[in-house]
Design a protein around this ligand. Sequence first.
Ligand SMILES: Nc1ncnc2c1ncn2[C@@H]1O[C@H](COP(=O)(O)OP(=O)(O)OP(=O)(O)O)[C@@H](O)[C@H]1O
Ligand code: SF4
Ligand SMILES: [Mg+2]
Length: 349
Amino acid sequence: MIGAPSQSSAPAVRSSAPLLEVSGLSTELRLEQHAPLAGLRDVTFTLHPGRTLALVGETGSGKSMTAYSLLRLLPAPARPVSGRILLRSRKLGDLDIAALPENADVLYRIRGGVISFISQEPLTALSPVHTVGNQISEMVRLHTRASRADARQSSLEMLARVGLPNPQRAYSQYPHQLSGGMRQRAVIAMALVCRPELVIADEPTTALDVTTQAQVLALLKELQLEIGCSVMLITHDMGVVAQMADEVAVMYYGRIVEHGDVRQVLKSPLHPYTRGLLQSLPAMNTGGRLVAIPGSAPTLLCPPPGCPFSPRCSRAEPGRCDADGSPVLREYAPGHWAACHRIGEEEGE
Ligand SMILES: Nc1ncnc2c1ncn2[C@@H]1O[C@H](COP(=O)(O)OP(=O)(O)OP(=O)(O)O)[C@@H](O)[C@H]1O
Ligand code: SF4
Ligand SMILES: [Mg+2]
């Protein structure tokens, strides 16, 4: 049963302090001959130590932009506009990543040392002109005071840990000499060798075949448990969400439209967009039939006046949902947040 929403605008705090508190994060795109276009809008979420947050949503919803913002690696023409990214790091103490100067030394310590990134395409993470081993050893030397020999030893151990059958050989190979699955394992080795506190994995298995996908996700989970890090997992796949995540945040048109415990959201989704996403997954649809969400998200050039989902929403109420101002994220059950005017109203009303 859905209660009245709470008026606060930040997701509930658990017993331990969050590792990451992102609040009011907004970005814009500056394209030539255009007024700035809003990218992310007021993105707010928390992530606790050891937890996995899945970020889901259709293409263009702002998942990668959120990830790059956390690393302060937003590519032009995108740029941050406002917001706070509070990191409570065991290694570096508390800092607001959003407030750091562009070339602050601490950013280089954060990237790879505290927050590491695994991308969809391993070749973008690995330099083609250096051996896999040298790249992992460099990462170790950048973030620890390890000697060359110790860094090599840690890298070999990590390559063995991620399941490369011949770590010595893989160490001296170039990325293109490994298969796609092995390359992604090498990227995971590089991402985890410095025992980061947060791993951001942006569609880490999309480029892999189904069997390798399952193996790589299982490996990521095992290593997360060993290291005790948090994971922000970006995916289109609600099956992966169910398997991997503790919490899920659903993004639409640069906003978080629903956030909560994964079981709660998958069992009782509040937002019509989340319901649509779940219905488009055969295993979660009672009929086993794929039901695509009709239409597509508005372009950034033409933001709709009200709820950005209203042109596609079967529950949209004319004069209300398309009126100025989009719905804000509110807490409807403990830890379960959504942004929709019509939550709690009977279907068909
Ligand atoms: N370099 C760019 N130039 C113009 N628009 C951009 C650029 N980068 C991102 N955008 C826009 O910003 C929005 C958010 O993009 P983002 O890459 O974060 O989406 P995403 O959710 O990661 O999508 P996908 O699932 O396809 O990776 C989209 O509308 C996208 O078109
Ligand atoms: S606010 Fe209205 S249009 Fe937007 S998701 Fe809710 S019911 Fe649909
Ligand atoms: Mg993306």
